[in-house]
Design a protein around this ligand. Sequence first.
Ligand SMILES: Cc1cc2nc3c(=O)[nH]c(=O)nc-3n(C[C@H](O)[C@H](O)[C@H](O)COP(=O)(O)OP(=O)(O)OC[C@H]3O[C@@H](n4cnc5c(N)ncnc54)[C@H](O)[C@@H]3O)c2cc1C
Length: 360
Amino acid sequence: METETVDTIIIGGGLSGIYAAFLLAPKKPSLVLLEARSRVGGRILCPAYQGFYADLGPSWYWPMLNPRINALIDALHLKGYPQFETGLGRFQARDGHAETIPGYPMQPPAWRIDGGMIALVEGLCARIPEGVIRLNHPVCEIERRDDGVRVTVGRLDHEPRCRLKASQVILALPPRLAARSILFTPDLPFNLSQAMLRASTWMAGHAKFFALYDLADWRKCGLSGQGFSLCGPLGEIHDGSGETDRPYGLTGFVGIPALRRNGEDTMIRAILAQLSLLYGPAAGRPLSVYYKDWAREEFTATEYDMRSAHNHPEFLPPSGKMSFWDGAVHFAGTETADHLGGYLEGALASAERAASAAIG
Ligand SMILES: Cc1cc2nc3c(=O)[nH]c(=O)nc-3n(C[C@H](O)[C@H](O)[C@H](O)COP(=O)(O)OP(=O)(O)OC[C@H]3O[C@@H](n4cnc5c(N)ncnc54)[C@H](O)[C@@H]3O)c2cc1C
């Protein structure tokens, strides 16, 4: 099998990989981004309903804390709007009993993006030359060779699909996933591979739900759409509407750990029953529903993510290393950021660091 030679290979087409490709494209004549899935965005996923985009991954950025996201929104001519939080909240006790409670606005304020978070990724992709991004290209093996780094695409238990070689490689996927699913030759140092496995992939063990409605009946009753539940299935609920117009939305995070969650249909039925109890019968009859169990996504989660981290871990480059193999392979991916790791802002920061290291 022939090996295609390029200057730089980026592995992963989530926000960090796509942003790295955007930064490197003007500087690198031959650049390739290999993405395992049939779509870009990674943990950013926004199914469309009549021009509205339902965030099943991240929905918020924090303008007071996220200078890179603010700048990217401006550069891509996108528009943010504050999370709707006007009104009272709902609380559901362990025995299922529900009561209305005072609202609890988030501090600092969280904002959403018009067009969904995917607008960030699409805006960047539109500025990356055609042919750079290759979908359906799962990397299974990375080898250090005398003349560069060889990357194999396919599955380890099958014949390789294709091979590429580059002097610079950027790993723009969660380090835990890279350590668990990609064969590195020679072996990575023990400390480094352990540190990669220990870096829990933020939100990988979670599941998210989104329901769309013609009317925001909860708002008419003075409710903000925010809710907390100790019995579930949703543990935390928010208004997920666009800024001005229909469809309106309720969205939330499942409170049941990954190992105890049922299949999608059962979960959706139970969630709709919970929403009608909390917000009235109309909340149980949405126009459309979306559900994503991230723990079941092979290109996000590993078995180590089934016990999801609820407190935000402190992320750092694994074992303090931003690169390995004498500067030929660089870490990107939000879990390798040293500030706001786990978040979208961290994904951009890690991409900036890896892109400048790859430029040299
Ligand atoms: C439910 C949920 C809610 C969240 N909410 C927020 C929020 O409100 N605000 C916020 O700031 N952040 C939030 N996050 C976190 C945010 O989504 C991440 O910080 C960000 O999307 C990470 O981007 P990334 O590029 O580092 O990683 P990823 O998005 O995980 O991208 C990695 C990419 O690598 C690809 N890949 C994996 N394996 C391979 C392989 N072998 N070969 C090739 N490609 C591969 C994947 O398919 C993926 O496209 C949330 C995440 C989830 C899941």
